[in-house]
Design a protein around this ligand. Structure first.
Ligand code: SAM
Ligand code: DTB
Ligand code: SF4
Length: 353
């Protein structure tokens, strides 16, 4: 069965899928999943916060926003050597990808970005897929990351365009789309998804999936996060999502974006092994492993491996979906730091949360 990538899903169609009977929904999603993926293989990635906290943005869900009083201790940029050690550790637990996160609104040209580029070169040479999530980036910054050997760039749409305004006021949805477009001008793959459980309506979840599936081509990976409600953030009292909602969201993402890797991301500590198994059956084929996400807890690797063994799942090998990028050394680089001062938007609304 070859499945045509559709970019014209309507919100009504997506809602109809999301609201199907659970048995029909899981069966449909699992059938579509099998046409493009090995159902017994799950990608394992490790997250690493290379610059933590102190972020100027007001994302209502995020423990790293400087303006909220959370337990997160701000930490400056890690050295390349520290990052390399963490990458080696991640590889030893079976991760094929390292995703490096920085609590930045956007990338600024300068020594910290040069450090990130060097870290990308170093981790790519360890034969791991390298992903970065650094906030908004320009075309030149995306090209420099690609040259260093970046495999993927994560930049989430987070919710529907309408609900985004309720949880973030310091940047606009279009800035997110523009960054994704900048990544698309390079060979770097796109990782973009969002969060459920922030108080949004089911229509917003459908709206987010429509926005993601409108991207041409579809993002190679789509993380579905369940909100981790952190004390001190505006969303601290949000009730955790029910597993059924997670299964529905994963299954719907799988159906509208058949060849994408759908990642069961934040929120797994709240999910039973059986609940996670349902998500894998419904088309999730990627997880974050290791006892920490960026700043919040994640299941122990030993528990994940027990679950993999019980279900007969195998970790995906690196570069299964796309070949390893070449690393161009700094001295041979075609693109230089432009010292850009991009004008990312400054919306004027305030958030209701
Ligand atoms: N600062 C960069 C940015 O916002 O693009 C990169 C790091 S940011 C922490 C990456 C993503 O983590 C966010 O877009 C959001 O989807 C997710 N995230 C942050 N806090 C979360 C939380 N409490 N629960 C679930 N997901 C969260
Ligand atoms: C994504 O969609 N989820 C990850 C990754 N991309 C960067 C981040 C989850 C963060 C959860 C909150 C924390 O640990 O700080
Ligand atoms: Fe900053 Fe990213 Fe957290 Fe928003 S999600 S506050 S941009 S680290």
């Amino acid at each position: 069965m070859t499945l045509k990538e559709r970019h014209d899903w309507t919100k009504e169609e997506v809602l109809e899928i999301y609201n199907m009977s659970m048995m029909d929904l899981m069966y449909k999603a699992a059938s579509i999943h099998r046409a493009s993926h090995d159902p017994n293989v799950v990608q394992v990635s490790t997250l690493l916060s290379i610059k933590t906290g102190g972020c100027p943005e007001d994302c209502a869900y995020c423990p790293q926003a400087a303006r909220y009083h959370t337990d997160v201790e701000a930490q400056g940029m890690m050295t390349v050597d520290q990052i390399k050690q963490k990458a080696i550790q991640a590889k030893s637990i079976g991760s094929s990808r390292l995703c490096m996160g920085a609590a930045w609104r956007n990338v600024k040209d300068g020594p910290e970005f040069e450090n990130v580029l060097e870290a990308v070169r170093t981790v790519n040479k360890l034969d791991m897929e390298v992903c970065c999530t650094l906030g908004m980036i320009t075309e030149n910054q995306a090209k420099r990351l690609a040259e260093a050997g970046l495999y993927a760039y994560n930049h989430n749409l987070d919710s529907s365009e309408e609900y985004y305004k309720e949880v973030i006021s310091t940047r606009g949805y279009q800035d997110r789309l523009d960054t994704i477009e900048n990544v698309r001008k390079t060979s770097v793959t796109v990782c973009s998804g969002g969060i459920i459980g922030m108080g949004e309506k089911v229509e917003d979840r459908a709206g987010m999936l429509v926005a993601l599936s409108n991207l041409v081509p579809h993002p190679e990976s789509v993380p579905i996060n369940a909100l981790v409600s952190v004390e001190g953030t505006p969303l601290e009292n949000q009730e955790s999502v029910e597993i059924w909602e997670m299964v529905r969201m994963v299954a719907t993402a799988r159906i509208v974006m058949p060849t994408t890797q759908v990642r069961l991301s934040a929120g797994r500590t709240q999910m039973s092994p059986e609940g996670q198994a349902m998500c894998f059956f419904a088309g999730a084929n990627s997880i974050f492993a290791g006892d920490k996400l960026l700043t919040t807890p994640n299941p122990e690797i030993s528990d994940d491996m027990k679950l993999f063994a019980a279900l007969g799942l195998n970790p995906q090998k690196p570069f299964t979906k796309k070949s390893k990028p070449q690393t161009v050394e700094a001295e041979d680089s075609q693109y230089e730091s432009l010292g850009e001062k991009p004008k990312w938007s400054r919306p004027t609304h305030s958030i209701s949360k």
